[in-house]
Design a protein around this ligand. Structure first.
Ligand SMILES: C[S@@+](CC[C@H](N)C(=O)[O-])C[C@H]1O[C@@H](n2cnc3c(N)ncnc32)[C@H](O)[C@@H]1O
Length: 268
């Protein structure tokens, strides 16, 4: 642990109310869950699991597990903001969920940015005015190259890029965007500083966050047991988040799928 980073004190959140007791953005979640259910063959777990008609969408399981682990604080508005970041339901996450990201030249053509060199390097240097928008049809700008400065954070990039997304309702955004789990390797790249500042954690991934929240609440990594696991959607998502998981079911097909899901998780 470095500098003034807060310590993870076992049981410090033992009696803290869980976030899910105070809030859950059900409308947004419902939209996301519907998109996942409609993905059919694009779903993460085997189609054989559709034998269970009450199969729980993975995104709903993620929300419930995180909602149980996260504390409700005195600042519920910020709690919600952080929760939505963890769920990839915040505006900046949609930059990564969008099918294509805007290139620096496209950003400079559309947005007012002053000064440009706070965000971009220009080659040859000095060949652009230092304020956008830029009219790239000007022949004098042919051959000018623009790139992100290496010290511009992913959060800053996304804050600019999100301004280029179309103005639509949340439902329309979800319809046009990819599901969070389709871009899970990058979608959360911008959130960890804000998450850690709010929760006093030191995480850079879900398994790290979940382990720290488990220690704060229970003194150890969270354990999830689902003894009626059916298609295994709940234990799969719990394992993917970093919980220790136990699952069983009376139905032998569920047990067969369970070992298959376990293999999927290990391959990630
Ligand atoms: C509603 S399904 C679970 C669906 C699951 N949550 C999902 O997302 O796919 C209920 C499961 O309970 C199992 N079950 C019922 N009675 C049981 C028992 N006594 N012991 C273990 N499993 C049982 C059934 O085989 C069934 O798979």
């Amino acid at each position: 642990m470095t500098g003034d980073a807060p310590q993870i004190v076992p049981f410090a959140l033992k009696d803290a109310p869980a976030l899910i007791e105070h809030l859950l953005p059900v409308q947004k979640l419902s939209t996301e869950a519907y998109k996942e259910q409609m993905a059919v063959h694009g779903k993460t777990l085997t189609a054989l699991g559709s034998y269970w008609k009450g199969r729980k969408p993975l995104i709903l399981n993620k929300a419930c597990i995180l909602g149980c682990l996260l504390p409700a604080t005195d600042d519920l508005a910020l709690d919600l903001e952080i929760f939505e970041q963890l769920m990839a339901m915040d505006d900046a996450s949609f930059v990564a969920r969008w099918k294509r990201r805007a290139k620096p030249k496209e950003i400079l053509a559309e947005l007012y940015i002053d000064p440009i060199d706070a965000f971009f390097t220009v080659d040859p240097p000095g060949s652009l005015p230092n304020v956008s928008p830029i009219d790239w049809s000007d022949s004098i700008l042919k051959g000018v190259k623009v790139a992100w400065r290496a010290d511009v954070s992913e959060l800053m990039r996304r804050r600019l890029e999100v301004q280029l997304l179309p103005e639509l309702t949340y439902r329309e955004w979800v319809e046009q965007a990819r599901r969070p789990e389709e871009v899970m390797d990058t979608v959360h790249d911008h959130i960890w500083d804000a998450v850690n500042a709010h929760l006093g954690t030191h995480a850079g991934s879900f398994p790290e966050l979940v382990e720290e929240l488990g220690i704060l609440r229970f003194g150890h990594r969270p354990r999830v047991a689902d003894t009626f696991c059916g298609s295994g959607q709940i234990p799969f998502e719990a394992a993917r988040l970093g919980c220790d998981v136990y699952a069983s079911d009376l139905n032998p097909i569920a047990c067969m799928l369970g070992s298959d899901n376990h293999r999927n998780e290990n391959l990630r």
